[in-house]
Design a protein around this ligand. Structure first.
Ligand code: ARG
Length: 592
């Protein structure tokens, strides 16, 4: 795969790693240990890396400042080109980058890596599964599933970018007692004509009606349960209606996925695992893990401070956790994953902790690769809201609103823009995604259109706008107005041997370059912690730094060497912003 052909070159700009090696030879410790001690001073006038000497004092029987002075002197006399200075300041050795050498190394790196800049191909040959979205049939795709879809898709992108073999999975909620209720309600009060016309709305109504009626007539519940058992045994009529409801629902979900630009390698309903419930119960039984309680079969998890995990219902019906256990076993047998991620709202944390514990107790060593990735919910002005008087916020309306609001902003700011509708969709949906991805995922997300659509805020549109600005600068540098592939243009500019890195040593350029340099590390960090915000924040910081540079320095000057150097910087910024946006599942339009 030539995407990763050059990934080894990442090592060349890993100055921190190189510094750790140097420090290791002078301090008699491993590079890993030295690396762990290297700090980043809060204020770069104090250096770009700092090495504290406190912990060496005991072994060397010397005061930390004396040790720092010694190390600084040794390293100064034999330092690599990128290191401008090594000076002792009290108990610290402070290291300064040589700005020109740094600029040269960073831009050469982006040039060599191109679209793969930011990836070290570390995941090659390893399989990761990412399960996300996973809505429930016969209900509207609600805002809770939006979070899962946005975060899951981003993790999916990040792991792929790092070279992992990723399979994305949509685990559709298509089984359970609710379908017995729905079929009962449909046969009693529904009509084919009505449901064909109203689709999910009609199904939701039937479901609500069932509950109203069952309050007065509890026998309806028995009827519903009987349907579930019948369907479990292959009842044709029940399964035909159920399948129809599934298809209706999937049709709506697909429209949403198309707008969100999401697709799955594997879409599979929970019902797929129906045939495996007995085998799981048996296997648990054999291992002495299954006990009976009030007619149901459970695994006791008291020892782990959790309520029991329900495996089989008293009427023989299957349960949500059991289907998850079956799915996990099946996934491992099929994919031999090193990790299988499950992105859901944090209200499901206990459910995941329980069934994952059961898988561990069953003795599967791969259980350690199962990972629940919880996230916080959306908050609205009026407090918690996903339903209001039983009404859900419909995703399609929400996406429609995002685009309409963005279009209004564009009409005001840039009325002559070509492809306004397309750009409005890219920016509006991008704003929604960025808003969810900008904070640590466990934090609740404030839903506020004005904030997420602010072109000057810490937002998706701001990053997209900066990307478009960089594109426009690059485009203007061309002799004519020909259409141009910006990727190729960026590379052509930097790959020319003629830019002079000494022209990129001003404070603003240096800030930009440091953010570009840290980008690969941030991606790895985001992958390890499952935290897209690490990338989102790096993008905002880079956009801010580039805008500061742009306001302070003219890029398209008459001075040819300066112009070339600043265009090279601009091309690198454009590349990183584009890669970053794409990792977050957000389009990067070239004009907006
Ligand atoms: N369908 C479930 C819901 O909407 C989410 C499924 C999460 N994934 C899983 N493997 N349990 O609540």
């Amino acid at each position: 795969m030539d995407f990763y052909e050059n990934y080894e070159s990442l090592a060349t700009t890993n100055f921190k790693g190189e510094l750790a090696e140097i420090l290791a030879t002078h301090t008699n410790q491993t590079p890993e240990k030295a690396l762990a001690s290297i700090e980043t001073p809060p204020d770069s006038t104090m250096g770009h890396f700092a090495f504290p000497c406190f912990m060496l004092a005991k072994e060397l029987k010397k005061a930390p400042p004396a040790i720092a002075a010694e190390i600084a002197e040794k390293i100064s006399s034999n330092r690599p080109t990128w290191m401008g200075q090594a000076v002792a300041t009290g108990p610290y050795v402070n290291f300064f980058l040589d700005r020109a050498a740094f600029a040269d190394a960073v831009l050469q790196e982006v040039m060599a890596m191109g679209v793969a800049y930011g990836s070290d191909g570390d995941g090659l040959g390893q399989t990761v599964l990412v399960e996300y979205s996973s809505p429930n049939i016969a209900k509207h795709f609600h805002i809770g599933h939006l979070g899962s879809t946005i975060i899951g898709k981003t993790l999916d992108n990040i792991y792929r970018f790092l070279g992992y073999e990723v399979t994305s999975i949509n685990h559709i909620g298509d089984w359970g007692t609710q379908f017995g209720k729905l079929i009962t309600a449909y046969l009693k009060w529904g009509s084919e004509e009505e449901i064909t016309k109203t689709e999910i709305d009609g199904l939701v109504k039937l479901y609500v009606k069932f509950h109203e009626e069952a309050d007065n007539d509890p026998s309806l519940n028995d009827e519903a349960r009987a349907w579930v058992v019948k369907m479990q045994n292959g009842d044709e009529e029940g399964l035909r209606i159920w399948k129809w409801f599934c298809d209706l629902s999937m049709k709506e979900y697909q429209r949403i996925y198309d707008r969100l630009d999401v697709n799955f390698d594997l879409t599979r309903g929970e019902s797929y695992y129906n045939g495996r419930m007995e085998a799981i119960a048996e296997s648990l039984e054999k291992k002495g893990l299954l006990i009976e309680s009030e007619g149901a079969k459970i695994v006791n998890l008291e020892e782990y401070n959790m309520p029991p995990c329900l495996i089989l219902r008293s009427d023989g019906g299957t349960l949500y956790p059991t289907r998850d256990i079956a799915a996990a076993i099946d996934r491992y047998e099929t994919f031999e994953f090193i990790k299988c991620l499950y992105v859901t709202g944090n209200e499901q944390s206990l459910h995941f902790a329980q069934w994952m514990k059961v898988v561990e107790l069953m003795g599967y060593p791969w259980a350690s690769g199962l990972e629940h990735i919880p996230y916080g919910m959306y908050l609205f002005e009026s407090g918690k809201m996903s339903t209001r008087r039983g009404e859900v916020i419909k995703m399609e309306d929400l996406l429609e609103e995002a685009v309409a609001k963005t279009l209004a902003i564009i009409n005001e700011k840039n009325p002559n823009l070509a492809n306004k509708e397309t750009v409005a969709a890219q920016v509006g949906v991008g704003a929604l995604k960025f808003n969810k991805l900008y904070n640590s995922r466990i934090k609740d997300t404030m839903f506020d259109w004005d904030r997420m659509l602010n072109f000057e805020g810490e937002t998706g549109p701001y990053v997209q706008y900066t990307h478009a600005r960089a594109c426009s600068v690059l485009k203007k540098s061309l002799p004519d107005d020909s259409r141009m592939d910006f990727g190729a243009l960026g590379l052509a500019l930097i790959s020319g041997p003629t830019f002079d890195a000494y022209l990129l040593t001003d404070d603003e350029a240096f800030d930009v370059l440091r953010l570009i340099h840290d980008f690969p590390e941030k991606i790895k960090d985001a992958a390890e912690k499952y935290e897209p915000f690490i990338i989102a924040r790096q993008l905002v910081a880079l956009a801010q730094a580039y805008n500061a540079f742009y306001h302070e320095h003219k890029v398209l000057t008459d001075d040819e060497p300066t112009r070339r150097a600043r265009l090279a910087l601009t091309a690198a910024v454009r590349q990183v912003l584009k890669t970053g946006l794409e990792l977050l599942g957000i389009s990067a339009p070239v004009v907006m």
